[in-house]
Design a protein around this ligand. Structure first.
Ligand code: SF4
Ligand code: SF4
Length: 342
């Protein structure tokens, strides 16, 4: 992998030059300690020093709701009007969120490849940026605090410059198009990068033990802990919506008043919603809140491991920050582990 250096005084010029590669979206500050990925019209609004955005980058590839196709007796099925082929540059993506996208790639490339998702993936370049963990981050425990691929460029802060890793030919094009803004890295830069990387480890306050966790979850399947959490859970689904790796969606047809034309839509769904497991005949096989909470945790830390060899949690801390009932995934997992030792 090629590595170059971007002095911070050249950052604005570089970001400005990115618009020829697509519409730029990046984190902006919404309120105190609240950030979101947004279309950038004013480069000065970009906030590269942020903890986490409200919604992860998945919103660009699996939008909260979208038209899959339109239908009518005259024209049959028509593709959606929204521009799937538009080019985007997603700037300022954290390592954990890049891992989140890599997990979604696994899911959407399964038996039925999701062309909506992958067309957007193909048309969106990813520029990652390093971050300093806060007291809700546990990406280090989930081994997502560093990323080796899944981006075009990755910017690591080394004080007065960014050390820039180039991972793809598109990333290389981006650097070449702005060649005069970049410099070669020297020994001091590498030393500073290593020093910063080591220093960063000290900021992590949460250490979630993953060893044997799938087995422990199996052993604690009937634990009373699930009922305790079910008592607190409001079934609001926020934890799923903000999660970079939750991907459930509902598909439905929206018919126009003529009764003939309409569109097929999909929108995010959540396994925490009361009716998520409601099937024909009125049976709801997860009608209890405790069963739904348990299902989410089992899927993330048990089922996904069995299917894909890794948990589907990247330790971003969004569900901890957003849960109105203050249910904390790390506390839950820690309790489950403790219970298995009793
Ligand atoms: S955010 Fe909290 S309260 Fe809402 S569904 Fe998730 S665990 Fe339950
Ligand atoms: S489960 Fe929570 S901490 Fe893990 S990836 Fe999803 S939102 Fe982030």
């Amino acid at each position: 992998m090629q590595i170059v250096k971007l002095p911070k005084e050249n950052l604005d010029k570089f970001m400005g030059g990115l618009s020829k590669f697509g519409e730029i979206h990046a984190p902006i500050k919404k309120d105190e300690n609240t950030y979101l990925f947004s279309k950038i019209e004013d480069l000065s609004k970009i906030e590269l020093n942020y903890n986490r955005t409200i919604l992860p980058p998945k919103k660009y590839f699996l939008p909260p709701n979208e038209t899959m196709f339109r239908f009518s007796p005259e024209k049959g099925y028509e593709p959606p009007q929204d521009n799937l082929n538009k080019k985007y540059v997603l700037l300022g993506v954290h390592s954990c969120d890049i891992h989140g996208l890599k997990i979604l790639d696994l899911v959407f490339s399964g038996t039925y490849v999701d062309n909506y998702y992958f067309t957007r993936r193909k048309n969106t370049s990813i520029i990652g940026v390093s971050c300093i963990p806060d007291d809700m981050c546990f990406c280090r425990s989930m081994e997502t605090d560093f990323v080796e691929d899944g981006f075009d460029l990755f910017l690591s802060d080394i004080d007065d410059s960014y050390l820039v890793r180039i991972a793809t030919s598109l990333g290389d094009d981006m650097v070449r198009a702005n060649q005069s803004l970049f410099k070669e890295v020297d020994k001091e830069d590498i030393a500073e990068y290593k020093r910063k990387s080591n220093e960063r480890k000290n900021y992590f306050k949460i250490d979630l033990e993953l060893y044997n966790l799938p087995e422990i979850m199996d052993l604690e399947y009937e634990s009373k802990i699930w009922e305790e959490i079910g008592e607190k859970c409001l079934s609001c689904g926020t934890c799923s919506m903000v999660c970079p790796t939750c991907y459930c969606y509902d598909v439905f047809d929206q018919l126009n008043l003529d009764g003939k034309t309409g569109e097929r839509r999909r929108q995010w769904d959540s396994c925490l919603f009361k009716d998520y497991a409601l099937v024909a005949g009125g049976l709801n096989f997860r009608s209890e809140r405790s069963a739904r909470v348990k299902n989410r945790y089992f899927h993330k830390q048990r089922g996904f491991v069995a299917q894909y060899g890794r948990p589907s949690c990247v330790g971003c801390g969004r569900c901890i920050q957003s849960c109105p009932a203050k249910i904390d995934i790390v506390e839950v997992m820690t309790k489950i582990r403790s219970a298995s030792y009793e």
